[in-house]
Ligand binder design. Structure first.
Ligand SMILES: *Cc1c(COP(=O)(O)O)cnc(C)c1O
Length: 418
């Protein structure tokens, strides 16, 4: 048994582009592990060389990661190889969380006195990192309208080093014209970093749209079972050395048990996503017709502002979307959540289970979401879609009934402001 992957990786399924087939075979290597179907969980810090010559070969510049556990074992390499192929990039590197992948991808590129453009719709903690940490490092952070498209050229400065995109955006689900933004960024020599978590590597192909570094919070659909935290960033050739060095300079690594869970998740990613997509769209369509719902934020719905771009660029939709309710009282909102039987209240998403989370009006610098009532982020899990719709609708009905004792709407506005 060798700790470094033998050259004879599983070749089965390599002759096909069919993603269902590829997902079963990528990153596996039975020949190297006594015939085991799966790459084992390889733990280790010290990696022994069998001779001085082998030790020295391990330190050569083209093989800088072979000599220490922090750079990963065969388990790490199997996952990173699979992810690079799925995203369509040159190479991938793991991080202990999705957020660490976001922050270190930015840190790998941005330097003091650089100007960095970040979409207004970025994942909240990424935004906070930009406002709190990047600015402290003397980096000029500017948030831009997610719908800006080629108009990003107006914001580009001689020192603009990085444009950060996330599509659809966190909480508000705006779809970005990533190709148009990347064209303008590259014209000015800037790098494009994307958080591609919503679509997973299956439903958006970042490198076909000009992205230089693509990030996955593998915690979500790739692990898929809400039992591990993991991030992965994938770079094209242009950005790979910067990304790898940036991650290693900070000592970023991830444990083999979590990576093993991500490898396991990959095998079923495609079939799970098909069901998440189906149930998410069905639920969103059902909720859009409910009188207690002001607006559904889901780019796969024909009426959504991002629908045309989603249709042009995406291969599918995940199960995560937003529901803006009509104004209601705090007591009604409590009744709604108390009435849900199948939706848990909790952070994260992408597991097999359904979630409904009250989200505060998101922090925005440029484009505020127009909605007066509470905003709910919904994750459609793998339960029966009819059961999910019935549960959500009956909770909305219960909340509406709780309001029929005629509470004034003003109270709702106050509750929102609190
Ligand atoms: C959850 C999430 C992250 C962060 O992932 P963690 O593993 O929780 O750190 C980053 N980006 C998006 C879009 C997410 O939804």
């Amino acid at each position: 048994m060798s700790l470094t992957p033998a050259p004879t990786l599983d070749r089965c399924g390599e002759t096909t582009d069919n993603i269902d087939t590829r997902l079963v075979h990528i990153g596996r290597n039975p020949d190297a592990f006594g015939g085991l179907v799966n790459v084992p969980v390889c733990r280790g810090s010290t990696v022994l060389a069998s001779s001085l010559e082998q030790w020295e070969a391990g330190k050569l510049p083209d093989n800088p990661m072979a000599s220490y556990g922090r750079f990963g074992t065969a388990t790490t390499r199997a996952f990173e190889t699979a992810m690079a192929e799925l995203e369509g990039g040159h190479a991938s590197i793991v991080f202990p969380s999705g957020l660490a992948a976001c922050t270190h991808s930015i840190l790998a590129i941005a330097r003091p006195a650089d100007h960095v453009l970040i979409t207004d719709s970025a994942y909240g903690p990424t935004r906070q990192f930009a406002s709190r940490v990047l600015t402290r490092m003397g980096i000029d952070v500017e948030f831009y309208d997610p719908l800006i498209g080629a108009g990003i050229s107006r914001l580009m400065r001689p020192n603009t080093r990085l444009v950060y995109v996330e599509s659809p955006g966190s909480i508000t689900f705006e779809v970005q014209d990533v190709s148009a933004i990347a064209d303008e960024a590259h014209r000015r020599g800037a790098f494009v970093v994307m958080d591609n978590t919503w679509a997973s590597p299956l439903y958006f192909k970042p490198f076909e749209h000009g992205v230089d570094i693509s990030i996955q919070a593998a915690t979500k659909y790739i692990v898929g079972h809400s039992d591990a935290l993991l991030g992965v960033a994938t770079a094209n050739r242009r950005a790979w050395d910067l990304l790898r060095e940036g991650a290693h300079d900070f000592g970023q690594t991830a444990g083999p048990d979590d990576i093993n869970l991500a490898l396991r998740g990959l095998r079923t990613l495609s079939v799970r996503l098909r069901q998440h997509q189906y149930s998410g769209v069905a639920l969103a369509q059902r909720l859009a017709r409910h009188p207690a719902v002001a607006r559904v934020l889901h780019p796969a719905l024909p009426g959504d502002a991002g629908h045309a771009l989603w249709q042009r660029d995406f291969h599918g939709a995940s199960g995560l979307f937003g529901v803006a309710l009509q104004p209601l009282t705090r007591a009604q909102l409590s009744v709604f959540f108390a009435s849900l039987r199948l939706f848990g209240i909790g952070l994260s998403w992408g597991g097999y289970e359904s979630l409904a989370l009250p989200v505060d009006p998101p922090v925005r610098s440029v484009r505020r979401l127009a909605c007066d009532g509470p905003l709910i982020r919904v994750h459609a899990g793998l339960e029966d879609p009819d059961d999910l719709a019935a549960d959500f609708v009956s909770a909305l009905d219960a909340a509406s009934r709780a309001g029929s004792s005629a509470r004034p709407q003003r109270e709702a506005v106050k509750a929102q402001e609190a």
